[in-house]
Design a protein around this ligand. Structure first.
Ligand SMILES: Cc1ncc(COP(=O)(O)O)c(C=O)c1O
Length: 416
């Protein structure tokens, strides 16, 4: 590092103000950031253990479950996905993954690394799977596990899941749902929909930073996972008995061990990421206090305002609108406009960040998120106003003011 960069590196951290309206991360609720700066406690301090059990209880409300094994995996949302899959899958298991975007491919890749025989079915990006297709595949393939995203941020689509849990039970398969992008913003009642394992992250509808993965597993999943419980050598007491089946292939992400750590046994595993636990607790606390139904309505309203504004600007929305996620909207970059140049101008002139997408959609669509702390009228209106100004500057024919007016009308008429 040259001297000039070292001088910079010795400056106090001072990130520029930004309005993060992409697919996540979003701006964390200031209350979450405050909670993260609370003094550290030892991980077996009775007060800290109480915070852990409060966090579990708050997340039971968020997941709409009575599952005892409700906990937070330390790591980004991907750690929750990987913990679920590595703990559920035994080498040779048959796993069905419906892929409707990048995060379906991620589950295929993780399941393969866990030694599963994976059947991936794909649908065009911008669409989801009809129930009949999933049913046919389950009947034909007879998977031990179905692993699916609820919302895939890469395409902004949400897979309907209300009937899938029942179907999996009828065919003796477990169902894992990646709710990273939807938990807290869109209804996902884990118990009512018979979802066996659900995991998420904080950085979308929950209004926190990334770095913690709330997860819940029911008795069916617990039976599959705890059967393989192997206690770490250095923690074993003389009465330790190993479970049957092969040991879970990850130590850090072994849900049997993580659940033991979260349980009354408080069996040592990792050193809890104290500040992230505070963040997770605060995210769940804020949401439960707001009320899940209110939070879902707030996200739906913000989504309607975003789509009304984009349409009023003359832009075309991406994907099957019937299955669009409430918290993220995909919109085509208009012909003749350089999408990346627009994103750069939004950031440098307005401090507003929106997203591009991955793979086949890279450079073709923008993704605008209005979620968590940012599912607010002022955040949506500022974003639309900025986009309108930048697009007009790029020579795109636009009726100035129409987008903000259309969005404002949604907020005015649907205020509660
Ligand atoms: C559906 C889905 N799953 C998983 C992830 C990965 O999350 P993380 O980057 O926090 O590991 C994301 C991130 O956008 C996501 O949208």
């Amino acid at each position: 590092m040259d001297e000039a960069r070292m001088v910079e590196a010795l400056q106090e951290l001072n990130p520029a103000p930004r309005l993060l309206m992409g697919p996540g991360p979003i701006n964390a609720d200031p209350r979450v950031l405050r909670a993260m700066s609370a003094p550290l406690l030892g991980q077996f301090d009775p007060q800290f253990r109480e915070y852990m059990s409060q966090t579990a209880e708050l997340f039971r409300r968020v997941f709409q479950t009575a599952n005892h094994a409700t906990l937070v995996v330390d790591g980004t949302a991907r750690s929750g996905i990987e913990a679920a899959l590595v703990s559920l899958i035994e080498p040779g298991d048959r796993v069905l993954v419906p892929v409707f975007g990048r995060f379906g491919h991620l589950k295929v890749e993780i399941a393969k690394r866990c030694g599963a025989q994976v059947r991936a079915i794909e649908t065009d990006w911008g669409s989801v799977f009809p129930d009949e297709v999933l049913e046919k595949e389950i009947r034909k393939y007879k998977p031990n596990l179905v692993a699916v995203s609820h919302g895939d941020t890469s395409t902004t689509m949400a897979q309907p899941l209300a009937g899938l849990g029942r179907l999996c039970r009828e065919h003796d398969a477990l169902l894992y749902v990646d709710a990273t992008a939807t938990l807290g913003g869109v209804d996902l009642p884990a118990d009512a929909w018979q979802l066996d394992v659900v995991s998420a992250g904080l950085q979308k509808c929950l209004g926190g930073p990334s770095g913690a993965a709330p997860l819940t597993l029911n008795a069916r999943a617990a039976q599959r996972i705890f059967r393989r419980r192997h206690t770490e050598q250095g923690l074993r007491t003389s009465d330790a008995v190993d479970g049957e089946g092969s040991a879970i292939r990850s130590n850090y992400l072994d849900l049997a061990m993580i659940a033991d750590y979260w349980s009354e046994k408080a069996l040592n595993h990792h050193t809890e990421a104290t500040s992230m636990l505070y963040a997770a607790r605060e995210c769940a606390r804020i949401l439960v206090k707001e009320g899940l139904a209110n939070a879902f309505a707030r996200h739906a309203r913000a989504s309607d305002a975003v789509t009304a504004g984009l349409r009023a600007m003359g832009l075309a929305l991406f994907g099957d609108q019937k299955h669009k996620m409430a918290n993220i909207t995909g919109v085509f970059v208009p012909p003749g406009v350089d999408g990346e140049k627009v994103r750069r101008a939004l950031l440098s002139h307005f401090a507003v960040e929106i997203g591009t997408s991955f793979g086949p959609l890279h450079g073709k669509i923008w993704r605008i998120g209005a979620m968590g702390y940012n599912a607010r009228a002022d955040a949506v209106l500022a974003t639309l106003g900025a986009l309108e100004a930048v697009l007009a500057g790029e020579g795109f024919k636009i009726q100035r003011g129409a987008a903000v007016d259309a969005a404002l009308a949604v907020f005015r008429h649907r205020a509660d």
